[in-house]
Design a protein around this ligand. Structure first.
Ligand SMILES: [Zn+2]
Length: 342
């Protein structure tokens, strides 16, 4: 069979009774597909919250459950209308970012493949027709990272939304096919990166954030102050070429064609690395690319006695020690500081 079967969107106008207790891996079977849940609250327009766009990133769903559960038993009304999108439940059933033969739900929002096109158009039509108050897409990193928010527009309203989460804000201009990027055309939008999937601290932080956003009546109109934000943009993306073998470990591989990255690589995320910091072992750098967003090579790594070392001071982020994440996505990013917009 060619192509993947249609991902039919299941819509609800109240929280299904099974929403709270169904194991994440069972959601696909119980819900029957990706879910869109519309809930009435005290204010309009709705806050749009998405979770599980990546099937192995569960914090968003866990946080939504915890937050909503905390509201309903005491009969506290929802402070604002809410639209929840629970995305790739099929990939969540196997705890993978996406199905091997299915699309990445956070790369489908410009030119969606046929299997998800109706779902994408339904959600974007909804947002276009009635722009949300804000859009919050909740993710996790595959490597250790501090919690941070990403914005697709370096603009005060978007930054205010991000700063409710914390000081660390990343401007992600690429890829343009993400949900946050597309929804930023309709309303302030953020992607929350809540550390490793399911970690209680990340869930608690997301719950707090959802509650704060839902209670917000309007965004501040004053500009974001430089001292309130630690802003970064991705300057380059570090990838391993397809077909190149790599692993994570403490020493060079006997096979000279194989690259070995430090197994604690993700402990370097958002740290200022001095020149000469070793990130792994290799006999050649041919299998590693470091490219800026226009595809131009960025010179920041070299080989020194079999070690891969940095050749300029840099701050890496989103470095992963998950072979699948590196294969499907990339090894990580090189960041640069970014000041508040004028
Ligand atoms: Zn993700």
């Amino acid at each position: 069979m060619v192509g993947v079967r249609q991902q039919a969107l299941q819509e609800f106008h109240e929280i299904p009774a099974w929403f709270y207790e169904t194991p994440v891996k069972e959601l696909a079977r119980v819900a029957g597909g990706p879910m869109l849940i519309h809930l009435k609250g005290a204010r309009s327009p709705a806050l749009f919250v998405s979770a599980l766009l990546h099937g192995n990133e569960w914090t968003g769903l866990l946080a939504l459950r915890e937050w909503l559960k905390g509201l309903t038993p005491r009969n506290r009304p929802l402070p604002r209308d809410l639209i929840l999108f629970v995305g790739n439940v099929e990939a969540a059933a196997i705890n993978e970012r996406r199905l091997a033969d299915g699309p990445d739900f956070n790369r489908i929002w410009r030119e969606p493949p046929p299997a998800v096109a109706p779902l994408v158009h339904r959600i974007l039509d909804l947002m276009r027709g009635n722009p949300p108050f804000a859009a919050i897409d909740i993710h996790n990193n595959t490597g250790k990272n501090p919690a941070y928010a990403c914005v697709s527009q370096w603009e005060h309203r978007h930054l205010h939304l991000a700063l409710l989460f914390g000081r660390l804000v990343v401007f992600s201009e690429q890829p343009t096919t993400t949900f946050a990027y597309t929804s930023s055309e309709f309303c302030p939008a953020v992607t929350l990166e809540c550390g490793l999937s399911g970690e209680p601290a990340g869930v608690a932080r997301a719950v707090e954030y959802l509650d704060a956003c839902a209670h917000l009546s309007a965004f501040p109109t004053h500009p974001v102050l430089p001292q309130d934000i630690e802003g970064y943009r991705t300057m380059a993306r570090i990838s391993v070429l397809d077909g190149v073998s790599f692993a994570f470990g403490e020493a060079a591989c006997p096979n000279p064609d194989s690259i070995v990255f430090r197994s604690d690589l993700d402990s370097l995320n958002f740290r200022e690395l001095p020149v000469g910091t070793a990130i792994g072992f290799a006999s050649t750098l041919d299998g590693i690319t470091v490219h800026d967003k226009d595809g131009a090579p960025v010179d920041c790594l070299s080989l020194r006695e079999g070690q891969i070392v940095t050749t300029r001071p840099l701050v890496p982020a989103m470095l992963s020690v998950s072979p699948i994440a590196v294969r499907y996505d990339c090894l990580g990013y090189v960041m640069e500081r970014l000041e508040v917009p004028r």
